[in-house]
Every structure is written in structure tokens, then in C-alpha cells.
Design a protein around this ligand. Sequence first.
Ligand SMILES: C[S@@+](CC[C@H](N)C(=O)[O-])C[C@H]1O[C@@H](n2cnc3c(N)ncnc32)[C@H](O)[C@@H]1O
Length: 220
Amino acid sequence: MTPRSFLLTPELGDYVRAASEPPDDVAADLLAETAALADRGEASPTFQIAPEQGAFMQLLTRALGARRAVEIGTFTGYSALCVARGLPADGWLLCLDVSEEWTAVARRYWARAGLADRIELRLGDAHDSLRALPAEPTFDLAFVDADKEGYADYVEQLHPRMTGNGVVLLDNTLASGHVFAPETDAQRAIAELNVALATDPRWETVLLPLADGLTMLRRR
Ligand SMILES: C[S@@+](CC[C@H](N)C(=O)[O-])C[C@H]1O[C@@H](n2cnc3c(N)ncnc32)[C@H](O)[C@@H]1O
């Protein structure tokens, strides 16, 4: 079972998926291998982005003409595969994650898709990896999908590192609907960040009801 939006009935979910570009063989195999990991209890079934979100991110990357992108939270590499496919042949996607085990799966699929040369993986705490990058406009696209309590820090760190029309995407900003009455630290962090971003004069902000909520930010 691949990830599904809690916002849609199963029928509407299938409809949205069928009306969006389908995953090719490599992406479908990666979805299946990751679903098997979740079935065996070796990973969370909610980690991976939904295929329709992958199609959106690939299209957006291409439409923005993005050349340099960063992903915070790579897991088995599906969202990175989608972003990398939207980049030009000489593009660069920097992937930040702590897990050697999960990203080993990612590396296999990036190689199979012929994308390994445009993806660089840095293992370690993404807060440290991001801070270590020059605080100057570098990225045309950023995708944040790691520790939810860390999102506010990631957004701060990304601000000086985004190019003029660069776009930041924050995943899971509807927190499966728990934004109204958060029960966990992660849900509370998301709910507080949503309120803060809506009135932050430094960012243009929209929360798209795609999958589990995808917030789009552009530096003013
Ligand atoms: C939700 S999964 C990412 C899913 C991925 N974007 C996809 O669509 O397949 C979250 C990932 O963030 C990583 N992560 C969590 N906290 C982190 C941190 N502080 N630094 C780096 N990676 C982190 C985890 O190892 C995990 O692989």
C-alpha cells in the first residue's frame, strides 16, 4: 500500500492518482520495496510521499527551471528521485539524512534511474549539515521532510540560502488533521509553525491541501 491522503475518500484518492502522471518502473519498484519495509515493521508506512505529490514536485522542479535543490529527509529516496528527474542533466540535488540504512536503498534506485551523478547525499544531522553550507543564495528548491520539531530551524536556515525565486516545500503541514488539537510535540511544532509562517513578512506562504499538507514558501 503506497501512502494516501487522509483528506480524500479511497475513491477520490484513486481518482487523483489516476489523473496524475504515474510512477515509471523504477519509481514503482521503489514504492513497492519501501511498502515491504513498512509491512515488515522496519519503517513507518507514512514516511514516503504519495505518488501524486511526487508528480507535483517533479513538475514544479521543472517548471521553476530549478538547477540546485536540497532535500532534508531522504529516507529510501522516492521524493529525491522525483526532484532529481525535474532537474537538468547538470543539476545538483543535495540530500541530507541521518540513516545510512534507508539511504542505501535510495542510492540503488538513483543509480538505476541514471540520476546518481546529479544527487549528492550527506549523512548526519541535517541541522548541522545545513548550517555548514554558506549562508548565501544557493538553492532554487528546498524540500523539508525530516524531524517536525526541527522545521522552524530548517526554515530559518534556508532563508538566506534560497535564490530570488526559490521555493521551499514543507511536508506534512496538516499533520494528519491534528493541527487543530495537537497531541504530540511534532504536531504542536507544525501547528505553531503554520501560524507563524502565515504572518511572517519574510515569506510568501500558501498551505496546499495536497497529500498530508504541503506548504509552499517564497522569500519576499
Ligand atoms: C518522512 S522520512 C522522509 C521521506 C522521503 N522524503 C520520501 O518521500 O521518501 C524522514 C527522514 O528524515 C530523516 N531524519 C529525521 N531527523 C533527521 C535529522 N535531524 N537530520 C537528518 N535526517 C533526519 C529520517 O532518517 C528519515 O529518513
